[in-house]
Every structure is written in structure tokens, then in C-alpha cells.
Design a protein around this ligand. Structure first.
Ligand code: ADP
Ligand code: MG
Length: 575
């Protein structure tokens, strides 16, 4: 079902109608030379019949016109439908895949699959099938009629034709390779433009306009060179076809002309013969083209199918259980990111309990594993079986959607969609009313700033909207999580971009929200976590210390050192 033919079979009704239309068009086209032959033969006998002949040809032309429309309609229409289905399947599939998949695939490559490969499949299902079906009918019928007129002449005339098919096949490969080279070069130029426009401030402040210009010049020249390589082969295409068809024609004029003179065929036969020959040239080219288009489409579909075969890592358990409680236990939690097998684990041997209603602070140097811990709890990446339990149940046995509704997770680098501020806050619950949205924004300490925008909550963010500061984005992300009233909160350095004074105010707000919820509050800055019920310090993926602020200071360890450093930094800043 997942090959090209499988997809065509899905739309077999339309494909069948397309074939019928094709038969009518080709059939009508095949009759025309016969009509012409009749007219000419009657003319040579001194009879009339020009008017009937002319009217017949006009009638046939109208039939061809109508059915040509239908054939395109059915074939190209089917191709577009298959493209739509495949695109929807691919998009849905992208949504099911886990972050570990996106950890290993470049966005650019995925975009290429979603555009170029889909396009190639669509071309194969439409033009590919069409250009293959056409010759399959045309060639035998035209040959049959030609043979019935004069077998010997037919043989002479068609000798050069297969060369055409072979030539197109080889030619198509060369064109394809050169075309891919042009595409690659073009992406390179586009990437350079994008990079330099996006990084224009850096380019200017480092006065690197000249260097950037030279770099671009080279890419641009490369694109021209590759395009010229393509032009050179394309330039040969039509002249060579003309040469082959000219040769066929010369043979017919010579041998056929003599046959007319000696009277073995009529003048009408001769003219009809010529017309059939020219009718044959296109299908001979088409076979070669069809094979190329279909091969490319098949290769693209295989690439897409490989993507579709990727399985989500994080999956719903076969017998999902309801979460009952909010006490989190981490037992001997050791975790390596997928594809990092040889390396030191990001977390090792973590044993930890976060009681229901407790606020646990987590701190540590950059790279110590804080964000990894935050990602494992809501199963953004899957923890090893049994290593994280909620109220005694392995989180991998819980209903994924129910569990995630219970957990509010604010990632370190929150993502805002190109939508209004209100819509961004209500992302998890699009039904939320304005009061609920405003309340969440107040708790996250961002309401006043939103209200100060001329359009308030209707202000658009993203590429075409206002650009928010890092701290504003973080607080929007917090509001987004709070709105859903989660019983467990995972905050991954949510105030890192907010200044210390405002942080105190926001934390004051949040503390009342934290009451009665299980909270994991991660921060590099100790001032964020110092009031937590308990604090752990991560170091190289292990728990180095744990306790309350005063205890940890008294222990004179990592925590103490971090605290001293940050105090000193703050004093320097206050100066
Ligand atoms: P922190 O949040 O404390 O700065 P992280 O949890 O981000 O630390 O990183 C812990 C370790 O895991 C680091 O060595 C980092 O390079 C690695 N790491 C973090 N994120 C990923 C990822 N998405 N893929 C692979 N390795 C990662
Ligand atoms: Mg981090």
C-alpha cells in the first residue's frame, strides 16, 4: 500500500477515468491521418470530399480538446490529492514523534522531505503515469497502422527511433544530476542570504561587510557555473531530437517516395505514413521521460516512507493507569541522550523523593544535568523503566495525556507561536476566558507589561509582531503553564533572564501558587531557589549536596562556592 502503485490504487476510480480520456484522445488523434489519406487519395482520383474531410478533422479536434482537459483533470487532480494525503500523513507523523527524533534530524532536511520529495512523488503520480500510459497505447497502434500500409517501409523508418528512448534515459540522468547540483548551490546561496540578513547587526558591528560580500560572490558564481553546466546539456536536447526525427523522415522520403513512383503505395498512404511517424516521435521520448520521473518519484517516496517508519520513543502504555497522587520518586535514575551511548551519562544514580506539596530547588553549574532532569519528569525524553514513579506507579505506565495534564512544564528556552499574547498564554486551553488568562499573567508577574502594550492581550508576537525580551518570554511561558492549574510544576530556570529585583517580586507571587503543589524549581541563580523547602545541588549528573539553604552554606561545599561567586557578581553589578 505504500508504493506509488498503492497510492494510485487508492484513487483507482479517477485514474481509470483518466485512462479512458487518454484512450479517447489518442484514438481520435490516430484517426486523423487516415482521414487525410482518404481525402488525398480521392483528390488524386479527381474526386472531391475536402469538405467532409475537413469537418471530420474539426470534429475530432473538438473531441481531443474536451478529453485532453479531462485527462489532465483526472491525472493531475489525482496527483494533487495523493500529495495532500501524503503531506497530511507526514505532518501528523511529525507531531507524534518524540523530541529525541528532532534531536537527531536537522530541521532543514525535514523541510526538504516535506517539499522536494512530496513534489517528486506528486509528479510521478501525475505526469509520470500520464507519460507512461500515453506511449503504451500510441506506439502499438501507430506501428500497427504503419505496418498495414507498408511493412518494409515501417521497418526502415523506425530503425533510428529506439535510439531516442535510450538517449532520453541517459540524458535524463545527466540532467537530473546537474539539476541537483544547481539546487544544492541555490540552497547554499539562500542560506548565506538568510544568515547575513539575520546576522546583519553582527556583520556591521564587526565591519565584516567586505568579507561577507566576497563569500557571497563565490557562492553566487558557483551557482552560475552549475547552471551553465545544466544549460550545456539542455542545449543539446532539442537539436539531437530533431536530428533523429529528421533521419527517419529522410529515410521515408527516399524509400517511400520511390514506392509511390512505382505505385506500390498511394500518395495518401505516403502522407498518412509520414504523419504516423511524427506521431511516434513524442511517445518514444515520453517513455524515457516517464521512466526517469517514476524512478525519481519512487526514490522520494522511499525516503518519505523511511520517515514514516520512525517510531515515537515516548508512547502510551498498553494498559494506561490513572495518576493517583503527586509524590514523585526518582530511583537510581541514570540517563544518556539517544545517540550518545559512548559518553558519560547526563544523569547518573539519582535517588530523590519530592513529597506532595513540597517545593524542591535544584541548582548546579551549566551542564550539570538540571535541564535533563526537568525533561525526564514530564517524559519529554523517556526515563529508564521504573526510575521515575508517581505515587508509587512507574510514570511509563500512566496514561500519557492524563499525566501530562497533571504536570506543568516550563522549558529553559520557551517557544512562542506567531499569535497574540493571549493565544500564547491559552495555548494549552484555547477555551480559556480572558479573566483566566489575565489571572495567570498576574501570577507570572507579566500582566502590567502586557497591559502597557497598545493592543494589550491582542498584541501579536513573533516574526511580524512585537519582539519581547527574554524575561518577558519566560514569564509568558510561566503564565501558559499556570493557566492549566497543574498539580505538579517543573520550572527549568524560568527567571534566568529576569533581573534580581523583579525576580523577588515574581517569586513572592508564585509562592502562594506553589502551596499544595509539588514543585521542582530549577535555577542557576541561588537566589531563585534559596527559599525552597529543600535544595539539591547537581554536579556532573550526580547529586552532590542536599539540604536547606543555611545547612548547605554551613557545609562549605559546591553550594557555598556558587553562593559566594554570585554574591560577588551582584556586588559588582550594583556598583
Ligand atoms: P544544565 O541544564 O544543568 O545546564 P543539561 O541537562 O542541559 O545541563 O546538560 C547535561 C548534559 O547533557 C550536558 O553534557 C549536555 O551537553 C548534554 N545534553 C543536554 N541536552 C542534550 C540534548 N538535547 N542532546 C544531547 N545531549 C544533551
Ligand atoms: Mg539547563
Amino acid at each position: 500500500m505504500d508504493g506509488l502503485s498503492g497510492w494510485l490504487w487508492r484513487y483507482r476510480g479517477r485514474v481509470f477515468l483518466g485512462f479512458l480520456a487518454l484512450l479517447v484522445v489518442d484514438g481520435a488523434g490516430m484517426v486523423v491521418p487516415l482521414v487525410v489519406r482518404g481525402v488525398i487519395d480521392r483528390l488524386t482520383l479527381g474526386e472531391s470530399g475536402v469538405l467532409e474531410g475537413g469537418l471530420t478533422i474539426l470534429g475530432l479536434a473538438i473531441v481531443v480538446m474536451v478529453f485532453r482537459f479531462l485527462w489532465r483533470y483526472f491525472f493531475i487532480g489525482t496527483a494533487r490529492r495523493i500529495e495532500r494525503d501524503l503531506r497530511a500523513t507526514l505532518y501528523d507523523h511529525f507531531l507524534t514523534l518524540s523530541p529525541s527524533f528532532y534531536n537527531e534530524h536537522k530541521t532543514g532536511d525535514l523541510m526538504a522531505h516535506a517539499t522536494n520529495d512530496l513534489d517528486a512523488v506528486s509528479r510521478a503520480c501525475g505526469f509520470g503515469v500520464l507519460t507512461l500510459a500515453d506511449p503504451l497505447f500510441m506506439i502499438p497502434v501507430a506501428l500497427g497502422i504503419m505496418l498495414s500500409i507498408d511493412p518494409r517501409l515501417t521497418l526502415y523508418a523506425i530503425v533510428p527511433l529506439p535510439a531516442l528512448t535510450v538517449f532520453i534515459l541517459g540524458f535524463g540522468r545527466v540532467i537530473h544530476h546537474r539539476f541537483e547540483a544547481v539546487q544544492a548551490s541555490f540552497s547554499m546561496v539562500m542560506e548565506k542570504v538568510r544568515e547575513n540578513v539575520a546576522g546583519i547587526r553582527v556583520v556591521k558591528s564587526y565591519v565584516q561587510e567586505t568579507g561577507t560580500e566576497g563569500d557571497f560572490e563565490r557562492s553566487n558564481q558557483d551557482l552560475v557555473d552549475r547552471n551553465m553546466a545544466l544549460v550545456r546539456v539542455w542545449g543539446l536536447f532539442h537539436p539531437l531530437i530533431t536530428l533523429v526525427s529528421g533521419t527517419c523522415l529522410a529515410i521515408i522520403l527516399w524509400i517511400g517516395g520511390r514506392a509511390v513512383i512505382v505505385g506500390s503505395i498511394s500518395l495518401g498512404d505516403f502522407v498518412a505514413f509520414n504523419q504516423y511517424l511524427s506521431l511516434l516521435i513524442w511517445p518514444m521520448i515520453a517513455v524515457g521521460q516517464a521512466v526517469n520521473i517514476l524512478q525519481r518519484g519512487r526514490a522520494s517516496l522511499q525516503r518519505i516512507n523511511r520517515l514514516l517508519a520512525e517510531k515515537a520513543e515516548v508512547v502510551e502504555p498498553s494498559a494506561p493507569r490513572r495518576p493517583a497522587g503527586t509524590r514523585l520518586e526518582l530511583c537510581e535514575l541514570t540517563f544518556r541522550y539517544p545517540g550518545k551511548d559512548g559518553q558519560r551519562p547526563a544523569l547518573s544514580g539519582i535517588n530523590l523523593t519530592i513529597e506532595a506539596g513540597e517545593t524542591l530547588g535544584v541548582t548546579g553549574l551549566t551542564g550539570s544535568g538540571k535541564s535533563t532532569l526537568a525533561r525526564l519528569i514530564p517524559r519529554i525524553f523517556d526515563p529508564p523503566p521504573g526510575s521515575i514513579r508517581l505515587a508509587g506507579v512507574d510514570v511509563r505506565d500512566l496514561s500519557l495525556s492524563a499525566y501530562r495534564r497533571l504536570v506543568g512544564y516550563v522549558p529553559q528556552d520557551p517557544f512562542l507561536f506567531s499569535a497574540t499574547i493571549g493565544e500564547n498564554i491559552a495555548f494549552g486551553d484555547p477555551e480559556a476566558g480572558p479573566e483566566a488568562i489575565e489571572e495567570a499573567a498576574r501570577q507570572a508577574g507579566i500582566h502590567d507589561e502586557i497591559a502597557a502594550f497598545p493592543e494589550g492581550y491582542e498584541t501579536r508576537v513573533g516574526e511580524r509582531g512585537v519582539s519581547l525580551s527574554g524575561g518577558q518570554k519566560q514569564r509568558l511561558a510561566i503564565a501558559r503553564a499556570l493557566l492549566l492549574d497543574p498539580k505538579i510544576l517543573i520550572f527549568d530556570d524560568p527567571l534566568s533572564a529576569v533581573d534580581a529585583e523583579r525576580e523577588e517580586f515574581i517569586l513572592g507571587n508564585l509562592r502562594s501558587f506553589f502551596r499544595g503543589r509539588t514543585v521542582l524549581l530549577i535555577a542557576h541563580r541561588i537566589s531563585t531557589v534559596m527559599h525552597a523547602d529543600r535544595i539539591i545541588v547537581l554536579d556532573h549528573g550526580r547529586i552532590a549536596e542536599s539540604g536547606q539553604h543555611e545547612e548547605l552554606l554551613a557545609a562549605q561545599g559546591v553550594y557555598h562556592r556558587l553562593w559566594r561567586l554570585q554574591q560577588a557578581e551582584q556586588q559588582v553589578n550594583e556598583w
